[in-house]
Structure formats: structure tokens, C-alpha cells
Design a protein around this ligand. Structure first.
Ligand code: FVH
Length: 302
């Protein structure tokens, strides 16, 4: 232990899966005294060798530090792990992936037990943690006072981005970003499927063209944001819905020619065609969002 370590605050981490272990290593490397606990004790051994204190139970781990971070499989495991712990006066930071409703319910649950609460959404995979140049960040929402008090520790594993007092917002932003990523994965899968049977096309030569194109198109998000905030879905449109919907026929026909299923493309194309049929050919694709958000008339139960 160095003098530097003595000056840094202790924290507790519950959950030492792939992500929890990466977080633990980042805090230890930054010199923070760390107490860890994991359901399967063997996973704590490498961290003990690096200086972590290993608690025998989750309740003991919670008792060891004012700041308690959770990185578990899901919300149900969070409830199970904390069931026997005294949370009075603790700052709980839950980095377990969940839904916005779960984040809000967990915040109420923590408050009832005397703890301040922040929910988090990790925008990184484990190798990006503790690597400042990786672009990793963690979304936080809930107690602003907790975020401000603990900011230095929260910023150790990845950038710390606070998105609001509503404890559901971190999960909402997280899932929105992951959903956009899922759409990108779908598009990339379709693109490579189109090329697959051409033995003279190298996937590795195509990959830089694909990433360059996706990067060039990414600012599309700013245009959509401007449409939504202004209410004018035609503003700045350079490729309108009428033209793009016409272009869809070529995408579908090429899929057919290449022997590729169009099932990843057609749901979005169907929405574009519905919006066009409603008379919005001079817009971009922003109107698809109106169709998506109108589909449900009742709120889900929490
Ligand atoms: N890994 C990733 O790429 C992503 C990136 C974005 C954020 N996620 C979320 O992080 C949470 C943890 O993910 P993980 O990668 O650490 O997941 P695993 O390696 O599967 O470890 C799961 C840990 O949870 C423990 N656990 C599961 N169920 C229970 C339970 N009922 N009681 C107590 N602990 C439980 C498990 O313990 P063990 O199996 O070792 O005993 C692990 O510690 C997650 O929300 C991701 O969505 C990661």
C-alpha cells in the first residue's frame, strides 16, 4: 500500500463477472482500497492477489464502505444480493443493466432502506474499462448529490456522464444507444450477406468501406434531433422519403439477386412506405418515429 492509497476512499464492489472484474482492476490500479464480494468466491481470488479485500458475505461487503457499487447479471440478482444488507447511510450505485422502470423501482427501494441511489448504464465492453482513450463512458441518473460527492471515484473506470435526477434515465439512454447499435449490427450483417457468395470480394477489404460509410452517415442523428425539436421534418432534408422509398426496391431486388433474405430490411422499409402513403414524401425518415410511438396506447405495468 502506498501513501497515495491511504488518501483515497474505500469502496465496495458486488459482482465480479467480466465487467465487475474490469471495474475492480481499474479502481485498484487507481489506488482505491476495494472490498469485493462475489457469489462464486473463486472469482475474487485474482483480485485478492492484487490487493482487494474479499468479504465473506454481501452484507459484510456493504458494511465495509460508504460507497457500494453493484455489477450483477440483472435486477433480480441485485435484489437477492442486497436482501440481508443494512443499507442505512450507504451510497448505492447500480451498474447492473436494467430497464428504466427497474431503475426507478430500485431507487425507491433503496430510499426506503435509507440509502442514496444512482443507476448506471455502462457504455463499454470490459477491455475498454480503465482505458481513457477507449471512449468508454458510464451513464448515471438519480441522486445528483451522490454523483457530485462521488464523481472522482465514479470517473476512474470510464467517463462519468450524468443524465438526470430521474433514476430511469440512465437505463433509458443505455437501451436507446444499444437499440441503435442493434440496428447497425443488423445493417452490417445484411451488407456482408450480400457479398458472401462472391468469391472475388474480400470481407476484409470491404470492412473499411463499410465503417467509413457508417461514420459518414452517423450525423444523420443530428438531423433527426433537429426535426424532433423543431417539429419540421423537412428541414435540411437532402434525401427525401419519396426518393429513398423508391430506392428500397433496388435494395430488395439486389437481395433477391444475391439469394439473401431481406428480413432485416423490410420492417423499416414497411414503415417508410406507410409514412409515404400518408403523404410525407418530402420529409426525411423522421416521421417513422411518429409511427413507432403511436403503436401503443397504454403504459406497461412496472
Ligand atoms: N460484459 C459486457 O460486455 C457488458 C457491457 C455493458 C454492461 N454489461 C452489464 O454489466 C453487468 C454485468 O455483466 P458481466 O459482463 O460482468 O456479466 P457476467 O460475466 O455474466 O457476470 C454476472 C455477475 O452476476 C453474478 N450473479 C448472477 N446472478 C446472481 C445471483 N442470483 N446472485 C448473486 N450474483 C449473481 C455472477 O456471479 P457468479 O455467477 O460469478 O457467482 C457474476 O458476478 C450486466 O448487467 C451486463 O448487462 C456488461
Amino acid at each position: 500500500m502506498t501513501d497515495d492509497t491511504l488518501e483515497k476512499s474505500r469502496l465496495t464492489l458486488l459482482g465480479l463477472g467480466a465487467m465487475g472484474t474490469a471495474l475492480a482492476r481499474a479502481w485498484l490500479a487507481a489506488g482505491h482500497p476495494l472490498t469485493v464480494w462475489n457469489r462464486t468466491p473463486g472469482r475474487a481470488e485474482p483480485l485478492a492477489a492484487q490487493g482487494a479485500e474479499v468479504a465473506a458475505t454481501a452484507a459484510e461487503a456493504v458494511a465495509a464502505s460508504d460507497l457500494v457499487v453493484l455489477c450483477l447479471l440483472n435486477d433480480a440478482s441485485t435484489g437477492e444480493v442486497l436482501a440481508g444488507a443494512d443499507l442505512v447511510g450507504r451510497d448505492l450505485v447500480n451498474l447492473t443493466t436494467g430497464t428504466p422502470a427497474q431503475g426507478r423501482a430500485r431507487a425507491r427501494w433503496a430510499q426506503e432502506r435509507g440509502a442514496r441511489f444512482l443507476d448506471g448504464g455502462i457504455m463499454a465492453v470490459p477491455p475498454m474499462i480503465g482505458v481513457p482513450e477507449s471512449g468508454a463512458y458510464i451513464l448515471y441518473s438519480g441522486s445528483r448529490a451522490l454523483f457530485d460527492t462521488r464523481h472522482d471515484m465514479l470517473a476512474v473506470p470510464a467517463g462519468a456522464v450524468y443524465v438526470g435526477e430521474d433514476p430511469g434515465f440512465a437505463a433509458l439512454y443505455d437501451v436507446a444507444l444499444l437499440s441503435a447499435m442493434t440496428g447497425m449490427f443488423a445493417g452490417v450483417s445484411h451488407a456482408f450477406a450480400l457479398l458472401r457468395k462472391e468469391k472475388d470480394v474480400s470481407p476484409k477489404e470491404f470492412a473499411p468501406l463499410l465503417t467509413g460509410w457508417l461514420t459518414a452517415m452517423a450525423p444523420y442523428a443530428y438531423g433527426v434531433a433537429d426535426h424532433l425539436e423543431s417539429g419540421d421534418y423537412t428541414r435540411g432534408v437532402v434525401s427525401n422519403l419519396a426518393m429513398m422509398t423508391e430506392g428500397n426496391a433496388t435494395l430488395l431486388r439486389t437481395a433477391e439477386e444475391q439469394g439473401v433474405s431481406a428480413e432485416l430490411l423490410t420492417p423499416f422499409m414497411d414503415l417508410m412506405e406507410r409514412r409515404l402513403a400518408d403523404g410525407y414524401g418530402d420529409e426525411g425518415t423522421t416521421g417513422v418515429i411518429d409511427l413507432l410511438t403511436r403503436y401503443r396506447t397504454t403504459e406497461p405495468s412496472t
